[in-house]
Design a protein around this ligand. Structure first.
Ligand code: GLU
Length: 399
């Protein structure tokens, strides 16, 4: 995964005629914090925080709790965060954290212990002006609340600006929970507008129905009723209904801990079959490397929206692009989360609480400008949207 991210930077750097040294400078990771967290149960867990680049502002990026977390993945995700904040025009850098753990195996008490100990290990290296973590895969507002509380205890900082994605009653921002999904909907609608397809009816499928996928679907259902959700997949199964699935109903099912495998109101298919459906748009909102050389030839969608980080590897990306598939790149289409994180950080520092309309209109402005920006770079330099997004990021990082 790190290779894919770094090669995308190398390619964009070459397009901009940067020297090898300049490109190496952008690839360089500033700091890596690798530590072990010992729970009182005796379990030892491997933890990481990688700080890639802070040229444009404090390091920014989520913390994930997942069994597949390793140093290579966290390095790749930290690198993508720097590209994301730069591409979308935020005054922030990029970092990422993670713990190699399946949080479903932990009790609530252990989860809190893990979250607090993560901060105890890391606190000299983070803070409102240094590095501001946020939620990512399997982490949420409750975990951020524990972390910000622990940070306040050890550092004395009471601004709560050391973490974003907190609950609204604890300094979080309205609109943050839906922000990544909402940003993806805005990005796709801007792309469709530019292609003259804004009012066209379209069928779409979503792989991954966690926080990001479910909000994408519910926001889309309320703003673009002409987009029909025909299939959705979670880690247990995918479901298909060509007449259209009810996004709200599915999001309630998932919020209540339900699984698509048990959902009998639609046809059951596999996630691989979902990837191969003849839909107009495929939304990838699960994990990285969902499309690789093994399944890339099955894709029939004309547009792919990358809502996970790195869901298409390099080989598959090049193959799909050569077939004319339009890929809306992760560093733009899933940047809604970090955009509203930034707005949360601004509110915390100013002691303000914005209403949801103000948050959402700022989110829309950032996403619209980012998509319009990469469409114009893509035209100007005759490159695909992924390369255009990396070019946009590198221009800012190197400016
Ligand atoms: N984890 C999210 C991402 O990958 C959000 C990061 C943030 O809000 O800092 O973009």
């Amino acid at each position: 995964m790190l290779d894919t991210a770094q090669n995308l930077i190398r390619r964009a750097g070459k397009q901009l005629n940067l020297s090898d040294e300049d490109i190496e400078q952008i690839l360089k990771i500033n700091a890596e914090h690798i530590f072990e967290i010992k729970l009182s149960s005796g379990t030892s867990l491997q933890a990481y925080r990688v700080q890639h680049n802070n040229k444009l502002g404090p390091y920014k990026g989520g913390i994930r709790f997942h069994p597949a977390v390793d140093l290579d993945e966290v390095r790749a995700l930290a690198t993508l965060m720097s590209m994301k904040t730069a591409a979308v025009g935020l005054p922030l850098g990029g970092g990422k954290g993670g713990v190699a753990v399946d949080p479903r195996t932990l009790s609530r008490q252990e989860l809190e212990e893990l979250s607090r100990k993560y901060v105890q290990h890391l606190y000299p290296h983070i803070g409102p002006d240094k590095d501001v973590p946020a939620p990512d895969v399997n982490t949420n507002a409750t975990i951020m609340d524990w972390m910000v509380d622990e940070y306040a205890k050890v550092s004395g900082d009471t601004t709560k600006a050391s973490f974003t994605g907190k609950s609204v009653t604890n300094g979080g921002s309205l609109g943050r929970d839906a922000a990544t999904g909402r940003g993806g909907v805005i990005a796709l609608s801007e792309l469709l507008k530019a292609k003259g397809l804004a009012s066209k009816e379209l069928a779409y499928a979503i792989l991954g129905f966690g926080n990001v996928g479910s909000f994408f679907a519910t926001v889309a259902a309320s703003t673009f009723p002409q987009w029909r959700l025909v299939a959705a997949g979670d880690s247990t199964a995918a479901i298909l209904d060509n007449a259209g699935l009810d996004a709200m109903q599915l999001s309630k099912l998932k919020a209540g801990g339900g699984r698509f495998l048990d959902w009998m109101q639609a046809k059951q298919i596999t996630n691989d079959a979902l990837i191969g459906l003849p839909v107009d748009v495929l939304v990838l909102a699960a994990l990285e490397n969902a499309i690789t050389k093994d399944n890339m030839a099955n894709v029939k969608a004309k547009i792919i929206v990358e809502m996970a980080n790195g869901p298409i590897d390099e080989t598959a990306h090049d193959y799909l692009s050569s077939k004319g598939v339009i890929i809306l790149p992760d560093i733009i289409s899933n940047s809604g989360g970090v955009v509203v994180s930034y707005l949360e950080w601004v509110q915390n520092r100013r002691g303000e609480n914005w209403d949801e309309r103000k948050v959402n209109s700022n989110l829309k402005r950032y996403l619209t400008e980012a998509v319009v920006g990469i469409l114009s770079v893509s035209k100007e330099m005759q490159v695909d949207l992924t390369e255009a997004a990396f070019i946009q990021a590198i221009r800012r990082l190197n400016g």
